[in-house]
Design a protein around this ligand. Structure first.
Ligand code: PLP
Length: 387
């Protein structure tokens, strides 16, 4: 077994992204190698820079055909996409939504925007996303059925949805999670913000459950500056999302009439034009990102550092490459050394249940989340610049 120290780790990363020692290597930077500048100029010249413009529909069509979802609604960001997706599938104030503690804050913020509460279950070592065993065992020991509703025995609240996250672009166990959600009759919402370009059994992530969301923030696989999308095969959900995200305006030629408290969550045309252009590079980005992952996998093979690889039967976009150390101390030493040497690496998010706002939420045993939170490091994962 090879022992890779922080200095060698830095060299491994520099080998792809820049050998000169003073060059800063970010974790994930966007690449603009298509016709981004031309479409931006075209969009500005058209004067349609806000929500009404042809690029929004073109971008939505591109997302639909790439993911295979029947409907796509482009939104201002991934968090707003999650918020309206949760409302569309029926999450109401005082409800509870089961999610994972190992996720980015946006997942839980969106639940709170609905005035609902998150419930945290554990993640799986195989995929870093929601663990289906943990979900099933929490539901079985903590809920009772009351008519159509599944009720948390401890709080009396209704369980309104299950919200797993496809972590770092890897698919969680969506087949089993779908089975559980059908069995207990709860909507399955997939936070696939990190997972554009990833599939499980040849099905794009975000399309397994009732509704899914994507993000096109600057650090994601493709970017629109800021942006997101809701994808679904359910026509009723799609219409609700589109309506709510467009200030709940009633279709009409002249009058301004709104039939609910809606949101100004639609993606501006200026952002959508970038998305249209970025989508042209997506296949190339995924190929390149998967080559980077291959390279890392070889480097860490038979070493003291574990390189996290895609689960069985899946194709991951390897959004953020992930390495796992033997213990927290070794992880923290590598974290400090790389960042002190202009190579950006990052520990995962602090577990949601450890944040003040979510410290009183219901939760299961979070053994795997706790363990991996302390040993994981994300390493640079951008598409390498043209050689
Ligand atoms: C990026 C991300 C989001 C959405 O983020 P926005 O910045 O609002 O687009 C949501 N959930 C997860 C897990 C994310 O990584």
């Amino acid at each position: 077994m090879v022992n890779i120290d922080p200095k060698q780790l830095t060299r491994i990363i520099r080998n792809i992204y820049g050998k000169s020692e003073d060059k800063f290597i970010p974790l994930h930077e966007p690449r603009f190698i298509s016709d981004e500048k031309e479409v931006l100029i075209d969009c500005i010249d058209s004067t349609f820079v806000s929500t009404v413009g042809r690029y929004v529909a073109i971008f939505e069509d591109a997302i639909k055909s790439y993911t295979g979802a029947k409907y796509a609604i482009a939104t201002s960001n991934g968090t707003s996409a999650l918020h309206v997706a949760l409302i569309a599938c029926g999450v109401m104030p005082k409800d509870e939504v089961i999610t994972q503690a190992f996720t980015f804050i946006a997942t839980c913020n969106a639940i709170k925007y609905c005035h609902a509460e998150p419930v945290f279950v554990d993640i799986s070592r195989e995929n870093l996303g929601m663990c289906s065993n943990s979900l099933r065992s929490w539901i079985t020991s903590n809920t009772i059925r009351q008519g159509k509703d599944l009720i948390n025995k401890n709080t009396g609240a209704r369980i309104a949805a299950v919200l797993p996250m496809n972590t770092f672009g890897h698919p969680c166990d969506l087949v089993e999670l779908s089975i559980i959600c059908k069995e207990f009759n709860i909507p399955l919402v997939e936070d696939s913000a990190e997972a554009l370009g990833s599939s499980l059994e040849n099905k794009h992530l975000g399309t397994f459950g009732d509704i899914g969301t994507l993000s096109f923030n600057g650090n994601k696989v493709i970017t629109t500056g800021g942006g997101g999308a809701v994808i679904t095969n359910n026509e009723e959900y799609a219409e609700k999302v589109r309506h709510l995200a467009t200030t709940a305006r009633v279709a009409s030629d002249f009058t301004f009439e709104h039939n609910a408290i809606g949101y100004n969550y639609r993606m501006p045309n200026l952002n959508a034009c970038l998305g249209v252009s970025q989508m042209k590079s997506l296949h190339h980005f995924i190929d390149e990102k998967r080559s980077v992952a291959e390279y890392y996998k070889d480097c860490f093979n038979d070493s003291n550092i574990e390189f996290f690889t895609e689960p069985l039967n899946s194709k991951s976009n390897y959004w953020l490459n992930t390495i796992i150390f033997e213990n927290k101390n070794l992880r923290d030493l590598a974290l400090e050394y790389t960042n002190n040497n202009s190579v950006m690496t990052r520990p995962p998010w602090k577990l949601m249940n450890k944040l003040e706002m979510f410290s009183k939420c219901e939760k299961s045993n979070l053994e795997v989340s706790e363990d991996l939170e302390s040993r994981i490091l994300n390493i640079p994962s951008s598409v390498p610049q043209d050689k």
